[in-house]
Ligand binder design. Structure first.
Ligand SMILES: *[C@@H]1O[C@H](CO)[C@@H](O)[C@H](O)[C@H]1NC(C)=O
Ligand SMILES: *[C@@H]1O[C@H](CO)[C@@H](O)[C@H](O)[C@H]1NC(C)=O
Ligand SMILES: *[C@@H]1O[C@H](CO)[C@@H](O)[C@H](O)[C@H]1NC(C)=O
Length: 470
């Protein structure tokens, strides 16, 4: 599986102080961020991002027309044999990548339909490729003449259309943006000069990124394609200081860590993966068995969230503007699962243990207060109140009996209700030699078909705690 892990900086948009073990936000004392990593890295992660947990990634552009992968143009130029043969067999000599653009009509693109699918899928944010490495902009970039979706192809401001539809249904909207462009002459010139000249970032990238942020006010900016040059070439710290100090989304914006070689922070992170295991962009030769099953998708979600991560689930729409039915199927199944089990995912925090020490197929999360502003992915602090512990198991145990170790200490010291989400009733349990044996209902009577969630709720004071929580 193509899976990449992205570490998100924990970045501050407001100032804070610690008083009596409680973090206090002091917005009126806000500092200005300096354009250096040490300072930018002190920004607190906007809370919406950690709470959201699940987003949708959309790779969509000209490359959806030939339908091989989003790297089509580059791979064709590099004479990848399959693509080379395909072009030779089916297109006239002299046909260029640009000639695919008018064929990208997106004639069935209905952003409201997409938004409703994503709502049904239970995701909380959506990230669209505003520009991939081919440089084609999905918005009317003033620096991308005749190479954007308003002038050629759909004749639509796709970023605007989708952004409006997504925001209207109450989800957060974000953009992916490739820093480099494979064949941009200015970029190639800079590269030839060992990145000592900055024609491309100054003349193209910066104005374009600022236009994108100012015009569409994204909540998330997912930079990519940074790897050939250092952050000094991209002027990343200058850009981020602008983003956090002056931009219209300075308090809201979350960025990833792809802003030039050699920067990686062990903070909040995101696991981006694609439902078509072989491509991020739409692939015409995709088989059913190339796609992730719902169980595989849930495993990625559960293991990531349990370890403090978010997931960004990628689907590649067709050139017509539709989302392939097999992706719809996975997303609808996900939404159905989250309807019952979402309590274990949204707004959750990592618990004291991530997977169980005798049953590694069981992953833990919890619901607690207060939210840890400074380090949302940290294990619960001693002063935190834990309302609920969740044990999420990926395999149904033989004889309907689940064995756990890491909850035993908790169950021993106070009285807990143990419940299988989707089925009512406090489950019978027994503690023997430090292990907890939980008797599950007969599987035939269980509402959830895969990836089950047990909820442990301390019986004492819960009503009081719940009251405080709401
Ligand atoms: C912190 O605790 C001190 C001493 O107990 C108290 O005087 C003060 O009011 C508390 N501050 C806040 C913000 O609760
Ligand atoms: C996946 O499906 C395709 C088409 O049905 C088939 O040719 C291929 O052998 C299958 N691959 C696996 C690993 O089952
Ligand atoms: C899960 O648990 C097993 C057994 O305790 C351990 O070896 C493994 O490292 C854990 N996996 C992760 C990803 O934490």
């Amino acid at each position: 599986m193509i899976s990449l892990f992205v570490f998100i900086y924990c970045l501050v948009s407001f100032c804070y102080g610690v008083e009596n073990n409680t973090i206090v936000i002091k917005s009126e004392q806000c500092k200005k961020f300096e354009p250096c990593w040490a300072n930018l890295d002190t920004r607190i992660l906007p809370q919406w991002y950690d709470e959201a947990k699940i987003g949708i990634f959309i790779h969509w552009g000209i490359y959806s027309v030939p339908g091989f992968s989003e790297w089509f143009w580059n791979n064709w130029k590099e004479k990848e044999i399959v693509i080379h043969k395909f072009m030779e067999n089916h297109y006239a000599p002299g046909f260029t990548y640009q000639d695919f653009a008018p064929m990208f009509k997106a004639e069935f693109f209905d952003p409201n339909k997409w938004a409703h699918l994503f709502i049904k899928a239970g995701v909380r944010y959506v990230v669209l490729t505003s520009k991939h490495h081919d440089g084609f902009c999905m918005f009317p970039s003033k620096r991308s003449f005749s190479w954007n979706s308003c002038e050629v192809g759909p004749k639509l401001d796709v970023v605007s259309e989708l952004s409006n539809a997504i925001k209207q249904v109450g989800l957060k909207f974000g953009v992916y943006h490739s820093l480099f462009e494979w064949f941009n002459p200015m970029y190639k010139e800079d590269k030839k000069n060992n990145f000592k000249t900055l024609y491309y970032p100054n003349m193209k990238l910066w104005p374009e990124l600022k236009q994108l942020v100012n015009d569409y006010k994204p909540s998330l900016l997912w930079a990519d394609g940074d790897w050939e040059a250092y952050d000094t070439y991209w002027r990343s710290t200058d850009f981020l200081a602008w983003l956090y100090n002056e931009s219209p989304v300075k308090d809201e914006i979350v960025v990833n860590d792809r802003w030039g070689k050699g920067k990686l922070q062990p903070h909040k992170w995101e696991n981006a993966f694609t439902v078509d295991k072989k491509s991020w962009g739409f692939r015409k030769t995709m088989n059913a068995n190339d796609t992730m099953t719902i169980e595989e998708i849930l495993q990625e979600i559960v293991t990531s969230v349990s370890c403090g991560g978010n997931v960004l689930i990628n689907v590649g729409p067709t050139q017509y503007g539709t989302i392939p039915p097999i992706f719809q199927d996975r997303l609808l199944k996900l939404g159905h699962w989250l309807d019952i089990n979402g309590k274990a995912i949204y707004n959750s925090s990592p618990w004291h243990h991530q997977n169980d020490s005798v049953n590694s197929d069981v992953w833990y999360t919890c619901q607690k207060t207060p939210y840890n502003v400074l380090n949302p992915t940290a294990k619960p602090l001693i002063t935190d109140t834990i309302f609920e512990i969740f044990a999420i198991f990926l395999t149904w145990p033989v004889s309907n009996r689940l064995i756990l170790k890491d909850v035993t200490g908790y169950i021993q010291t106070s009285s807990y209700e143990i419940e299988l989400l989707g089925n009512d009733g406090d489950l019978w349990r027994e503690i023997k030699n430090g292990l907890t044996y939980i008797k599950l209902p007969d599987k035939a009577t269980v509402l959830v078909e895969y990836t089950w969630v047990l909820r442990f709720t301390p019986k004492y004071k819960t009503s009081e705690l719940r009251k405080n929580k709401t």
